[in-house]
Design a protein. Structure first.
Length: 77
């Protein structure tokens, strides 16, 4: 969708007399926003394509971790 069409769509939604008009977001984006854009393990800033979605099997909570935490590389001696 072009930017102009998208703006027309948003303006049409805003002109409707409803109080709670929400635009849907992907669950991945919601999770990143909830985490503040940081990895929960190492507190580094998340990059868009270098991250992994992890689901806790007990609590079913979804978290997004950075690539450094997702792939553990042992240190050389």
């Amino acid at each position: 969708m072009e930017k102009r069409e998208f703006n027309n769509y948003l303006n049409a939604l805003k002109s409707v007399k409803k109080n709670n008009v929400q635009i849907a977001q992907p669950k991945r984006k919601q999770t990143i926003d909830k985490q503040g854009g940081k990895c929960p393990k190492c507190k580094k800033t998340l990059k868009n394509y270098f991250s992994k979605r992890v689901i806790d099997p007990v609590t079913k909570e979804v978290s997004i971790i950075c690539s450094d935490c997702a792939i553990q590389i042992p240190k050389r001696k």
